[in-house]
Design a protein around this ligand. Structure first.
Ligand code: NAP
Ligand code: ZN
Ligand code: ZN
Length: 368
């Protein structure tokens, strides 16, 4: 036996609390429901063995950021640093990271962790984790610390919740795929929407424009159902075959019983019954938009025609990777307006007026 073996070895402390050193990071935050977003400093944890550190280059502005900053869903933890459409470059990796190397492009979406053990996590449906996924921002991680999102210079995330990003697409335009892209791709794939199907998309914003692009790419006949007449030309350019103005009762009546699927992306209170009547027999209306107030549904709209009303939440990690790969292969990315971070409060106001073509993306280089 050598001396080396007889020396009592002090075991390194392992586990989440072992590393307490933290790095200070510039960010944009809101401190209370009525507050504007303003410069703020946060701390990111030092790398654990499976962590990836990413310098954030672009961060998309999702309508969920606005719901959350204003506490419209009643679950916000302040201060809040929003942003869950993140792309950037890997700047460091933990000792046990196998999927990423320094310099790689990487993406982070709506979640940064989940229990990893429940039935849904095992199936790759981490967004439906039975214990609860850990949101990228304004959530408590498994240590109890508040998570801070992408309106910041860097983020540290476990590699199992980081996505590979191709260099084949313009990076700023890839950012919105991490939420708007996957949230529309996932139901399209789940319900196997494609050739021979008539798909209606309600609301031409961030999610809506991705639903049009992806639906058309998968082979469906796509009709844009919009409140904005001036978006018709864009809708057609994005891939819609038809356009209907939802404020015109005659245009809706023409399409009664027409659609196999409708994806509703609307962020505010509106009448779901109007659209349920547009479904064919056995048609499915999939709600991805998440207005803060409950919806009133006349059940006869469902009974007459054996129609279904369904919901869908983002997508799991494997499906998000599949979506990013699909988009890279098919040249699909988001139509964006690139902004500096100090424009974000104005951008929110414009999103609320349905005045965005079709996603604001923050150039994080503007955060100095
Ligand atoms: P967005 O860019 O603001 O788009 C929403 C669109 O809905 C608007 O452009 C507008 O399109 C239409 N609209 C707005 N107010 C309306 C009203 N009162 N009546 C009828 N139509 C209206 O928002 P987004 O980022 O796409 O997000 C949409 C919703 O999805 C939000 O509630 C968000 O929180 C939610 N979301 C859910 C998930 C999920 O996992 N399920 C993920 C991400 C986001 P037109 O001008 O064409 O009418
Ligand atoms: Zn989102
Ligand atoms: Zn789970």
């Amino acid at each position: 036996m050598t001396a080396k073996n007889t020396t009592p070895v002090k075991k390194p402390r392992v586990g989440p609390r072992a590393q307490t050193k933290k790095s200070v990071t510039k960010a944009y935050a809101a401190q209370s429901p009525g507050a504007r977003l303003a410069p703020f400093q946060i701390e990111r944890r030092d790398l654990r063995p499976q962590d990836v550190q990413i310098e954030i280059l672009y961060s998309g502005v999702c309508h969920s950021d606005i719901h959350m900053v204003r506490n419209e869903w009643g679950q916000t933890i302040y201060p809040i640093v929003p942003g869950h459409e993140i792309v950037g470059k890997v700047t460091a990796v933990g000792t046990k990271v196998t999927k990423f190397r320094r310099g790689d492009l990487a993406g982070v979406g709506v979640m940064v962790d989940s229990c990893r053990e429940c039935e849904n996590c095992q199936k790759g449906l981490q967004q439906y984790c039975k214990v609860g996924m850990v949101g990228t921002y304004s959530a408590r991680d498994r240590n109890g610390d508040i998570t801070y999102g992408g309106y910041s210079k860097q983020i540290v995330v476990d590699e199992n919740y980081v996505l590979r990003v191709s260099d084949r697409l313009p990076l700023a335009q890839v950012a919105p795929l991490l939420c708007a892209g996957i949230t529309t791709y996932s139901p399209l794939r789940h319900w196997k929407v494609g050739k021979g199907h008539k798909l209606g998309v309600v609301g031409l914003g961030g999610l809506g424009h991705m639903a049009v692009k992806l639906g058309a790419s998968l082979g469906a006949e796509v009709t844009m159902l919009s409140t904005s007449p001036d978006k018709e030309k864009d809708a057609r350019r994005l891939g819609a075959h038809n356009f209907a103005l939802t404020s015109d009762a005659a245009q809706l009546k023409e399409r009664a019983g027409y659609f196999d699927f409708i994806i509703d992306t609307v962020s505010a209170k509106h009448d779901y019954n109007l659209y349920l009547h547009l479904l064919a027999t056995d048609g499915v209306m999939i709600c991805v938009g998440a207005p803060p107030t409950p919806a009133e549904v006349a059940l006869f709209s469902l009974i007459g025609g054996r129609r279904s009303l369904a919901g869908s939440g983002i997508g799991g990690i494997p499906e998000t990777q599949e979506m990013l790969d699909y988009c890279a292969e098919h040249g699909i990315s988001s139509d964006i307006e690139l902004i500096d971070v100090d424009y974000v409060n104005e951008a929110y106001e414009r999103v609320l007026k349905s005045d965005v073509r079709y996603r604001f993306v923050i150039d994080m280089a503007s955060l100095t």
